[in-house]
Design a protein around this ligand. Structure first.
Ligand SMILES: Cc1cc2nc3c(=O)[nH]c(=O)nc-3n(C[C@H](O)[C@H](O)[C@H](O)COP(=O)(O)OP(=O)(O)OC[C@H]3O[C@@H](n4cnc5c(N)ncnc54)[C@H](O)[C@@H]3O)c2cc1C
Ligand code: FES
Length: 355
């Protein structure tokens, strides 16, 4: 009887979304997604791809029903779906709904804007990762961990790159990025093929939901390759802001030649006011090399013994190749880490994003 009444109610009037804990609510037209409507209502809703692949618009459905335009399981794990997570950009309302959206003092609130910029200089960090220092026409404000979309003249679609520097409160024109050379990749081949000093580009940003949430919980950071960039930004920023939490940072690479920022991590560890374990893990290092550190996959070392704190109590920040993130998510789910404490940025490329 209640179901019939709900159906009747949903067919008669406009459907309403309520956001907790803010209590904001708005009507959602039948043909509009939850994300489209939230953005047009001025809600500070995280998003990026709008096509159901990046996971940035992930939020928790507390009450009511939605219809998925594209199956959520393409992007969200089984555990996330059974915990009630949905993708707002792929959700049409079937009834009035209540969703949970984070409210945190650190939550990014800077509007997405377009800037023009120029490449100032570049230098190699490893054999295939380059630091690119750029200068914008005017200052941008962003939150540590966020990224920007870069558009090169003559190239169709933009590509996303995470800020590799800590943000300044007043904003800044000088920025740096860490870019890995992707064989056959159109942007990275252009960048690595020649000296690109003084080349101009457009930047749209800031974007992204990968930022450090306020908490006292221990931090488990996991990155691979240029996934170092946003974590470096987050950790540099956290140090400046006096964050005092234990951290274990597992950094995955293939061989020693793929490791970088080791001095910077060592310097951070010295200044960090709490325990700071930076653990590089190599997956393809020759067995007879001089490497005395960890060997294997980062996921092999996600255990209480290595981290030095109960993983189940940690807040996890994962960044890098999608395969590494999916494997890490599976381990964290197995360890019963609360999924609302797991934050990630998958470095998806055009194959995943343009589909
Ligand atoms: C939120 C976010 C943040 C990111 N941050 C960073 C960062 O900080 N640093 C970083 O290095 N990267 C980052 N990335 C990845 C980055 O955006 C690019 O995807 C990456 O640099 C590759 O771009 P590309 O143009 O060189 O490659 P693409 O042209 O996108 O190609 C990628 C791969 O796909 C193959 N390919 C392309 N088209 C086809 C096709 N039709 N058929 C078969 N294969 C094909 C190419 O050969 C190549 O191997 C981020 C991605 C996201 C989503
Ligand atoms: S914005 Fe919804 S999945 Fe990317």
């Amino acid at each position: 009887m209640k179901r019939l009444f709900d159906l009747f109610k949903s067919q008669k009037g406009p459907l309403i979304t309520t956001i907790q804990p803010s209590g904001e609510s708005f009507e959602v037209p039948k043909n509009k997604t939850l994300l489209q409507t939230a953005l047009s209502e001025g809600v500070n809703f995280p998003y990026h791809c709008t096509v159901g692949t990046c996971g940035n618009c992930r939020c928790k459905l507390i009450d009511g029903e939605v219809r998925a335009i594209m199956d959520f399981s393409y992007t969200l794990s089984e555990a996330e779906i059974s915990d009630g997570y949905i993708l707002a950009c792929q959700s049409l309302l079937k009834s009035n709904i209540t969703i949970e959206l984070e409210a945190d003092v650190n939550q990014p609130s800077e509007p997405l804007e377009t800037f023009s910029g120029v490449i100032k200089d570049t230098h190699m960090l490893t054999h295939d990762i380059m630091q690119v220092n750029v200068e914008l026409d005017r200052a941008i404000r962003f939150s540590a961990g966020q990224f920007a979309d870069i558009g090169l003249p003559g190239f169709g679609r933009h590509r996303s790159y995470s800020f590799a520097c800590a943000p300044l409160d007043v904003g800044q024109k000088s920025l740096s990025f860490h870019v890995r050379n992707v064989p056959g990749g159109s942007y990275t081949e252009w960048l690595f093929d020649n000296d690109r000093k003084n080349e101009r580009f457009e930047l749209h940003g800031p974007s992204g939901a990968f930022w450090l949430r306020t908490s006292d919980a221990p931090i488990l950071a996991v990155a691979g390759g240029s996934g170092m960039a946003p974590l470096k930004s987050i950790l540099d920023d956290a140090l400046l802001k006096g964050v005092n939490r234990p951290i274990t940072y597992l950094f995955g690479a293939r061989e020693q030649r793929d490791l970088y920022c080791l001095d910077e991590m060592q310097a951070l560890a010295k200044q960090w006011p709490n325990t700071f374990n930076f653990i590089p893990v190599l997956s393809e290092e020759a067995t007879d090399s001089n490497w005395t550190g960890k060997r294997g996959l980062v996921t092999d070392f996600i255990n209480d013994e290595t981290t030095g704190f109960p993983i189940v109590d940690s807040h996890a920040y994962l960044c890098g190749p999608p395969g590494m993130i999916d494997a890490t998510l599976a381990v964290l789910e197995e360890a019963h880490v609360n999924l609302s404490h797991v934050h990630y940025d998958k470095f998806l490329d055009s194959r995943q994003l343009d589909n």
